[in-house]
Design a binder for this molecule. Structure first.
Ligand code: GAR
Length: 201
């Protein structure tokens, strides 16, 4: 976990499509992010994030959650932390990962676990934040990259970006607008965190 080497090594955890993981890969590909994704992990063996990673030649693993549908058992968290450490990961990015990370994994990557959330936190934590914004009649929403702590979407904010909620927006049209912002924001937040870690080392 040293910051001595030049290229930042990222591990990504996701449960779904992986468009944010793809955006990070694209930023690496176009030279705006000096990093390498070395391992992609998913709790869902069918998740498209795994396919995307395989197509990009990145190592993948399915996380064994002991049969639990939503829980992230402590022993699974330790196993994930060990895989990430073995891969030499410097920073862990949650990208649409739908289980709550708790102490075992947090303690293995202190201040090195980031999450992207589709709202302007602290507004609309939790599930389907874009749907919450539409139901609430908000006229603005957005996305947040934050450090992960033991709460739900409560960790210190790294960067945020706002988008308007337009008249006639459905949850889906708002989410699509938010995702375009997410794809810019996550690489920028990774650059910011890595620059800070390097300046401290
Ligand atoms: C993203 O919009 C992300 O912000 C959200 O899931 C989507 C994953 O998309 N995460 C959460 O809601 C976490 N609470 P992706 O798989 O295409 O990156």
């Amino acid at each position: 976990m040293s910051t001595g080497h030049q290229t930042l090594k990222l591990g990504v955890l996701g449960s779904g499509s992986g468009s944010n993981m793809q955006a990070i890969l694209d930023a690496i590909g176009n030279g705006t992010l000096d990093a390498e994704i070395v391992l992609v992990l998913s709790d869902n063996p069918e998740a498209y994030i795994l396919k995307r990673a395989e197509m990009a030649g990145i190592a993948t693993e399915v996380i064994d959650c002991d049969g639990y549908v939503t829980r992230f058992p402590d022993d699974s968290q330790v196993a994930v932390g060990q895989m990430l450490r073995d891969a030499g990961v410097d920073l862990v990015c949650l990208a649409g990962f739908m289980r709550i990370v708790k102490a075992p994994l947090l303690e293995m990557f202190p201040e090195r676990l980031l999450n992207i959330h589709p709202s302007l936190l602290p507004a609309y934590p939790g599930l389907r934040a874009w749907g919450q914004a539409v139901s609430d009649g908000a006229n603005e929403s957005g996305c947040t990259v934050h450090y992960v702590d033991a709460g739900m979407d409560t960790g210190p904010i790294i960067l945020q970006s706002s988008v308007p909620v337009l008249a006639g927006d459905s949850a889906e049209t708002l989410h699509a607008r938010i995702q375009l912002e997410e794809h810019q924001l996550y690489p920028a937040a990774i650059r910011k965190v890595w620059a800070k870690l390097q300046s401290e080392s």
